[in-house]
Ligand binder design. Structure first.
Ligand code: FES
Ligand code: FE2
Length: 376
């Protein structure tokens, strides 16, 4: 898993007047809203004696640790140590890592890393979000899978025919053959366009709305943005579009939090949200059941331990991207983190680590930049 990307931490609706604890990149972080309603994200480990900050209380613009009441503001600065009294001097070293936060698409994103603002990979964009004629829904799942397995599944055009009976014909047609995907690379990922023969939509209302009652060639395009976000645009007819955006975050090496933002340009009355979400969940669980049973659990780094054919070229390209981000020094040495679990509390390094020295918690160990060794 990698530092220096934006990851989804929670939905905006999840963040009320109580702190929230979230597992991200093998560590705990905590989220809270200050008195102005602004969301903040901090490393969850109190720099005094390792208290669980998310178990504390919000005081105005600060979170108070439940153990001895030290208070930290949204920038991670300790602003109050009750036991030393009003005039006591607060050591600078008490600072906690605080991560940039953005709320977008109904989600709270945290930038987990120390890259300065100008160098940050942007959050995956949803151009049609909030535009007239589009209706969106959010769904969330936590699955016992490696997030890379999920991303690779998202950009794998050959699995639909077999994993999703409603997307194809389960390989039963004599004339089944997938065309070679048209693939491209942009600044932060890889995309592809595909056409496949598909049966009509399963849901009656959706079928009526699309006006398609027969098999037809469906155009879809998909791609990954950064290491853990995937977009898919499905056009069941030239006028009816389903656009899906998966924002994923590895919680631990074999556990992933997945947010799906689904947009549709038909049946835009909210009354149809339930049927759309139900269909999405059926399809998502078909993927989950395949992914949780893959061996090995973690995506192999070495491509010689799997067979690649032409439709896997997007997956091969994704793995090259992972190598590229590792070469920048962004890959967490998760094996070391796991080995140290009982004795060391790490923090994901925040941008402030480039400005201040003297931190109580060690930053998570990273694989050396430009080293391409197997990692996760
Ligand atoms: S452990 Fe947090 S205040 Fe002591
Ligand atoms: Fe799928």
């Amino acid at each position: 898993m990698f530092i220096n990307f934006w990851y989804p931490a929670a939905t905006s609706a999840d963040l009320t007047d109580k702190p929230v604890k979230v597992r991200m990149l093998g560590q705990h972080v905590m989220l809270f809203r200050d008195s102005a309603g602004k969301a903040h994200c901090l490393s969850n480990v109190c720099t005094h004696r390792g208290g669980n900050l998310a178990g504390g209380k919000i005081h105005g613009d600060c979170i108070a640790c439940p153990y001895h009441g030290w208070q930290f503001n949204g920038s991670g600065e300790c602003v109050k140590i009750p036991s030393i009294g009003k005039d006591g001097k607060i050591p600078a070293r008490t600072r906690i890592d605080a991560y940039p936060v953005e709320e977008r698409y109904g989600l709270v994103f945290a930038f987990l890393g120390d890259a300065p603002e100008a160098e940050r990979t942007p959050i995956m964009e949803i151009k049609e979000y909030g535009q007239p004629g589009w209706r969106s829904t959010i769904q969330h799942w936590e699955w016992a899978i490696d997030y890379k397995r999920s991303v690779e599944n998202g950009i794998d055009s050959a699995h639909n025919e077999f994993v999703h009976p409603t997307h194809g014909f389960s390989g039963a047609r004599e004339d089944y053959k997938l065309n070679e995907p048209e693939m491209w690379t942009d600044a932060w990922g890889t995309g592809m366009r595909n056409r496949r023969l598909a049966p009509p939509l399963k849901d009656e209302k959706m079928r009526e709305a699309s006006g398609r009652y027969d098999n037809a060639v469906v155009e879809s395009s998909t791609g990954h943005h950064g290491c853990a976000s995937v977009w898919t645009h499905i056009h069941p007819t030239p006028k009816t579009f389903i656009h899906q955006y998966l924002f994923e975050c590895p919680m631990d090496a074999g556990r992933t939090s997945i947010y799906l933002i689904n947009l549709r340009n038909f049946l835009d009355d909210p009354v149809h949200d339930g049927r759309m979400m139900e269909r999405n969940e059926v399809v998502a669980f078909q993927d989950r059941d395949i992914l949780t049973a893959l061996e090995p659990t973690l995506t192999p780094h070495n491509m010689t331990r799997e067979s690649f054919v032409i439709h896997d070229k997007t997956i091969a390209r994704y793995r090259q991207w992972l190598d590229e981000w590792q070469s920048r020094g962004w890959r967490i040495d998760i094996e070391k983190v796991e080995r140290d679990r009982q004795t060391v509390a790490y923090a994901i390094p925040s941008p402030a680590r480039r400005l201040h020295k003297g931190w109580v918690l060690d930053a998570v160990p990273l694989l050396p930049a430009a080293a391409k060794a197997a990692a996760e």
